[in-house]
Design a protein around this ligand. Structure first.
Ligand code: GDP
Ligand code: MG
Length: 441
């Protein structure tokens, strides 16, 4: 994904400006990238539509590159998409005993997450929690929960062989009331694939327990399929929140985006490992960065930017070596100076300029002065910029007035240009090629 986006932003940055076409081209790639990160097609489509709206309306910021700007817009929109209403990491556990129903496919991490959440409720909110396994298909699953309970110091409902899930749920409810528990958690059985029996069972348990929270546990590494699972569970049982597990893995977490968009349900927690502490509240920014491979992209954008600058510098050097140095070149140099922090930066770009740089610095060439000089060049016509020899008195007056400055200011700029052009010629004649090349590399 990051490679793909890197390529896009490479191209974008090279284009130099953020036109509507650029945005469209970039977003087409972003869309493909999202799909590759296992975001479902309609979700990717909606997301792109929303971003396009924002990106097209957005003012072009001068201080960042177009690539960075698109990254930022995509990232911000993604965060907004992912963030739900309500506080992530908060569960409704008032009116004790508050039932929490855990649903999801087999192996998604329900039992592990049940224990993690119980520990969290106990440690952070001082709740007394009772856990009950309703997984009658696999006796080992019930023991698994009991072992985890011992490990974290949370009670589990005693196992009674031969009971069905609804009976266990009733018993858990009674036990929770009598035992003075604040919360009781029902860890249901899963299947490898969703089927009607599983759904019917979960629905029956729901009717008995009337849960305050029904948390759908989803493996964050699964993609498309996860959305179908979520939709089915939400339609038939009603889900109040999602827990994404295995976010410690290599996956990009595209499922998070699909899940959010399709169910509209908040992602409440993220599982980050097998240990009982490896659970944290959902941070939209983190997952957004992950889906986009943000770190990678930002560095790619930086790299593209450096490449661009090097290319510009090289192009300019080539022109200079031919003894060409017009007002456009001067403007490029002045802009470079602004970007690189004044004269010092320019010296590192251009050998043989050290003396002039010192002079300019002594003459008080700070950013303000440089900007005024750029303004003068901006008020020249294309022809004048390409051929400064055209600049006679009447043109000078017009240009100076256009930039809100005096003709004497323009004369100073022209003098500087002449000096620099002379310098260029000297360098190119004196076999400065080697020096220039060195400077580029
Ligand atoms: P269940 O069938 O839905 O109850 O799934 P389990 O809770 O038994 O989890 C299945 C496997 O996934 C176990 O080996 C867990 O340790 C592991 N697991 C659960 N959550 C996470 C997680 O967030 N990260 C990682 N790496 N493993 C997890
Ligand atoms: Mg289980």
């Amino acid at each position: 994904l990051s490679e793909r986006l890197g390529g896009v932003f490479d191209r974008l940055t090279k284009a130099g400006a953020l036109s509507e076409d650029d945005v469209k081209t970039a977003l087409r790639e972003v869309r493909t990238a999202l799909l590759e990160a296992d975001v479902s097609l309609p979700v990717a489509r909606d997301f792109i539509k929303a971003v396009q709206k924002k990106a097209t309306g957005a003012a072009v910021t001068k201080s960042i590159t177009p690539g960075q700007q698109v990254v930022k817009i995509v990232h911000d929109e993604l965060v907004e998409f992912l963030a739900g209403e309500g506080e992530p990491g908060k569960l409704k556990v008032d009116n004790p005993p508050a039932p929490i129903l855990m649903v999801g496919l087999q192996g998604s991490g329900k039992t592990t997450t049940t224990a993690k959440l119980a520990k969290r409720l106990k440690d952070r909110e001082g709740k007394r929690v009772l856990m009950a396994s309703l997984d009658v298909n696999r006796p080992a699953a019930m023991e698994q929960l009991a072992i985890l309970g011992q490990q974290i110091g949370v009670d589990t409902l005693p196992i009674v062989k031969g009971e069905d899930p609804v009976t266990i749920a009733k018993r858990a409810k009674t036990q929770a009331s009598l035992g003075g528990y604040d919360v009781y958690m029902l860890d249901t059985a899963g299947r490898l694939h969703i089927d009607q029996e599983l759904i019917a069972q979960a629905a029956a348990v729901r009717d008995v327990a009337n849960p305050r929270e029904t948390l759908l546990v989803v493996d964050g590494l699964t993609g498309q399929d996860a959305v179908n699972v979520a939709t089915e569970f939400d339609d038939k049982i009603g889900v109040s929140g999602v827990v994404l597990t295995r976010m410690d893995g290599d996956g990009r977490g595209g499922a998070a985006l699909s899940m959010r968009a399709v169910t509209g349900k908040p992602i409440k927690f993220v599982g980050l490992g097998e240990k009982m502490d490896a659970l944290e509240e959902f941070h939209p920014e983190r997952v957004a960065g992950r889906i986009l491979g943000m770190g990678d992209i930002v560095s790619l954008v930086e790299k593209a930017q450096q490449t661009l600058e090097a290319e510009q510098a090289e192009r300019m050097m080539k022109r200079m070596m031919k003894g060409q140095f017009n007002m456009n070149d001067l403007k490029g140099q002045l802009e470079q100076m602004l970007k690189m922090g004044g004269m010092q930066g320019m010296m590192s770009m251009m050998p043989g300029m050290a003396k002039m740089a010192k002079q300019a610095e002594a003459a008080g060439m700070d950013d303000k002065v440089i900007r005024r000089q750029i303004a003068l060049i901006d008020s020249m016509t294309k022809k004048e910029r390409a051929n400064p020899a055209l600049l006679q008195a009447s043109r000078k007056k017009r240009i100076a007035a256009g930039a809100g400055q005096d003709v004497s200011d323009l004369n100073k700029l022209l003098k500087m240009h002449r000096q620099m052009a002379d310098m260029m010629k000297k360098i190119s004649q004196k076999g400065g090629k080697g020096m220039l090349k060195q400077a580029i590399q």
